[in-house]
Design a protein around this ligand. Structure first.
Ligand code: 2HA
Ligand code: ZN
Length: 273
């Protein structure tokens, strides 16, 4: 029975908290950033009549691999800053239609809005991550400041980029042993950037879009936020080392190997010397 108030649903509250937190970190200026989060039918049916479709939303790519799945998604052109005060216009809950070329809108986007312009990257990433981790539920994009800055000053070689982040904080390797993928610059919002992001996401849960921002994927909002937060912290420390006159010493490859062994993680193959 759909008799509970959706504005009190845990998943709406989590989206409010996460978007506000990311905004406060300065990673989501204006309409920057977007989140998509898979919801189970059982989580939703207390709040929504799932046969009551408000609107159909066409897709410009084939999402049939996600047919029947439910997502809560930030709206295109909407500001993370405003999600907390008006979730019903800044968020939407959609179900992917059987043929994968349209969405059923079940709640939200109340001013006639649409899901994020980055939906191709989100959905293609969900398809990709679900193949390697059936528990993956979240795809998150933001303009994390120090990671973004590093794409101007540091090599875009993904092995080198991963290694410097691993070296900047002992936690890095433990949190993202699968490293960080780096794309070439591609026009955002396109199927092309979606395909490229999804391809990298087969092997790492973090992907850098040079001169733009970062993508993260994970099991829930907290974990995915924490993943981006850890990489961004390492990038911030890197920034500070450069301001302080450069790196005099750092974690050695042997330190990193010992760390991986102690925390039972496997560093991405070929990334340690
Ligand atoms: O949604 O961040 O990449 C605004 C963006 C586009
Ligand atoms: Zn962006």
């Amino acid at each position: 029975m759909a008799n509970k108030n959706i504005l009190e649903a845990p998943f709406v509250n989590e989206m409010k908290k996460t978007t506000q937190n990311m905004y406060q970190h300065g990673w989501d200026e204006r309409n920057g950033g977007n989140i998509s989060y898979i919801l189970n039918e059982s989580e939703l049916e207390d709040y929504l009549d799932l046969s009551d479709v408000t609107r159909e939303i066409p897709l410009i790519f084939d999402a049939s691999e996600l047919a029947g799945k439910y997502f809560i998604v930030t709206g295109t052109g909407k500001y993370f800053k405003n999600v907390e005060e008006a979730p019903e216009t800044n968020l939407g809950i959609v179900r992917v239609q059987e043929k994968g070329h349209a969405l059923d809108l079940l709640w939200g986007y109340e001013d006639g809005g649409l899901p994020t312009s980055e939906l191709p990257s989100h959905f293609m990433t969900h398809i990709s991550r679900l193949k390697v981790d059936p528990e993956n539920k979240v795809v998150m994009h933001c303009h994390a400041t120090n990671l973004l800055a590093m794409t101007f000053t540091f090599s875009l070689d993904e092995r080198l980029f991963t290694r410097i982040l691993w070296q900047m904080c002992t936690e890095s390797l433990v949190v993202f042993p699968d490293g960080i993928g780096v794309l070439p610059w591609i026009i955002p919002g396109t199927n092309e950037i979606g395909e490229a992001t999804a391809e990298k996401m087969r092997t790492s849960r973090l992907v850098i879009w040079p001169f733009h921002g970062v993508y993260g994927a994970g099991k829930n909002l907290d974990e995915t936020f924490g993943l981006i937060e850890t990489a961004e912290k390492a990038a911030q420390v890197y920034t500070l080392t450069q301001c302080q006159g450069g790196i005099k010493q750092t974690l050695t490859d042997q330190n990193l190997r010992d760390l991986a062994a102690a925390f039972h993680v496997t560093a991405k193959a070929g990334y340690l010397e």
